[in-house]
Design a protein around this ligand. Structure first.
Ligand SMILES: [Zn+2]
Ligand SMILES: [Zn+2]
Length: 377
C-alpha cells in the first residue's frame, strides 16, 4: 500500500542523492558491515538514466551527441569487466580493512556519531587523493589506472571506464583508517566516494561558481582527463578539490582540453587496453640496463627514462595543436546497429546475473566477506 510505495520512493531519492554525496549521517550509519547497502550496484539504473539525460542536454545545448557508439561500448565493457570479480569474491579493500580492524585497531570511534561519519568522509577522500596521485606518478600503478584515461571522449560513459586491476593497488591506502574507524562506516564512504565521481564526467556542466573552490567539479576533472601539457598530473581529488590546492597539484580549466592519453592506444578492445601497458613496462624493464634503472622503470613516473627526473621531462609531453581527432574508424551503419543490439543483450545478462546471484544467495555474492565476517562480527 501507501507505506510500501513511500518507502520505495524514499529509498530511490536516497540512492539518487548518494550519487551526489548529498546524504546525511543519520541516513547512512550502520552498526555492522552486513547492514551496509550495496549502493554501487543499486546505482546501475541511475547511471543509465543520467547517460540518457546527458545526451538530451548535450543535444539541446549544442546540437551535439555526448558520446560515440564505439567509445561508449568500450567504456561500458570495461566497467562490466571491472565489477566481475565482485561476483566471485568480495573486494580486497573491505577484506583487508576488516583484517586490520580485527587485529590491530588502537581504539574504536562510535559508529553512530556524526563526527565519525564526517571524519571518515575526509579520511576516505584524503586516502583517495594520495592513491590517485601515486597512480599517476608510479609506472606500475599507472599501468592499472591509465585505462580510465584511455577514452578520447569525456562523458558519463568515461566515468564507468574502470580498471580491472586497480582494486588490487588501491586497498592499501585505506588501511590507516582501520586502526580506529569501524568497517561499517568505512564501507559507506568508500562507495559514496566512488559514486560521487560519476556525475563529474561531463561537458554539459560548465562552471559551478563558488562550489569550484572546495568540490571536485566537472570543470576540475576535465583538466584531470586532459593531455594538454598544462593538464598533466593535475587535479587528483575525488570529492574535494582542497587536497590539490593544499598539496600543489591544482590547475584551473583554461585552454580547450583535449582528452585521452599523451600516446593514444587507438583501440576500443577492452582486454588489449588493460594489458598493453603491462607489456610495455615488461619490455622497458628488460630493455633498460642496470638494476637501479630497472627498479626506476617500475617505480618512477611513466615518462621517466635513464638520466631524466622522476616524473620525466615536461618538454617531452606532446604539444596540443587543437587539430587532434579522436581515433574513430568508420564502420557500416548496420555493424553499429548490430553492436548496439549485441551489447544491450550482454548488458542485460550481466545485470540479471548480478541480481540473481545476490538475491538467491547473498553469501555467494559476497562470499569472502561472509566467510570471514561471520567468524569475526
Ligand atoms: Zn587519473
Ligand atoms: Zn575520471
Amino acid at each position: 500500500g501507501c507505506a510500501v510505495c513511500c518507502g520505495a520512493m524514499a529509498s530511490s531519492t536516497l540512492q539518487l542523492r548518494a550519487l551526489l554525496y548529498a546524504v546525511l549521517p543519520s541516513e547512512s550509519r550502520f552498526r555492522s558491515l552486513h547492514e551496509v547497502p550495496n549502493y554501487v550496484e543499486k546505482s546501475i539504473p541511475f547511471f543509465i538514466g543520467f547517460i540518457a539525460l546527458e545526451f538530451a542536454v548535450s543535444w539541446v545545448q549544442r546540437r551535439k551527441l555526448a558520446g560515440r557508439i564505439n567509445d561508449g561500448i568500450s567504456s561500458l565493457s570495461l566497467g562490466i569487466l571491472s565489477r566481475l570479480p565482485d561476483v566471485l569474491f568480495r573486494s580486497i579493500d573491505i577484506i583487508s580493512y576488516v583484517y586490520v580492524w580485527d587485529n590491530y585497531r588502537l581504539f574504536e570511534l562510535p559508529w553512530h556519531s556524526p563526527w565519525t561519519w564526517y571524519l571518515t568522509f575526509l579520511g576516505v577522500d584524503f586516502a583517495y587523493y594520495w592513491f590517485h596521485r601515486i597512480s599517476h606518478e608510479v609506472n606500475l600503478l599507472w599501468a592499472a589506472h591509465q585505462i580510465h584515461h584511455s577514452s578520447e571522449d569525456y562523458n558519463l560513459f568515461t566515468a564507468l571506464r574502470q580498471s580491472l586491476l586497480q582494486r588490487y593497488t588501491s586497498w592499501i591506502f585505506n588501511l590507516p583508517m582501520a586502526l580506529f574507524i569501524p568497517p561499517s562506516v568505512f564501507a559507506v564512504h568508500l562507495q559514496f566516494n566512488l559514486l560521487y565521481q560519476f556525475w563529474i564526467h561531463t561537458e554539459v556542466i560548465t562552471n559551478l561558481g563558488p562550489l569550484e573552490l572546495i568540490l571536485n567539479t566537472p570543470s576540475h576533472h576535465r583538466v584531470h582527463h586532459g593531455r594538454n601539457p598544462y593538464c598533466i598530473d593535475k587535479n587528483y581529488g575525488g570529492t574535494l578539490i582542497i587536497w590539490d590546492r593544499i598539496f600543489g597539484t591544482f590547475e584551473a580549466e583554461d585552454a580547450k582540453v583535449v582528452y585521452g592519453l599523451t600516446h593514444p592506444v587507438n583501440s576500443f578492445e577492452p582486454i588489449l587496453l588493460q594489458l598493453r601497458p603491462l607489456a610495455h613496462i615488461w619490455n622497458m624493464f628488460w630493455a633498460t640496463p642496470g638494476f637501479c634503472n630497472k627498479l626506476s622503470v617500475l617505480f618512477k613516473g611513466p615518462g621517466w627514462g635513464p638520466g631524466k627526473p622522476r616524473l620525466g621531462l615536461p618538454e617531452e609531453i606532446p604539444v596540443i595543436t587543437g587539430k587532434e581527432v579522436p581515433y574513430n574508424p568508420s564502420v557500416p551503419a548496420y555493424l553499429n546497429c548490430y553492436a548496439v543490439v549485441h551489447f544491450t543483450i550482454i548488458m542485460d545478462l550481466y545485470i540479471d546475473l548480478l541480481a540473481t546471484v545476490s538475491v538467491s544467495n547473498p553469501c555467494l555474492y559476497e562470499i569472502a566477506k561472509c566467510k570471514y565476517l561471520n567468524a569475526s562480527i
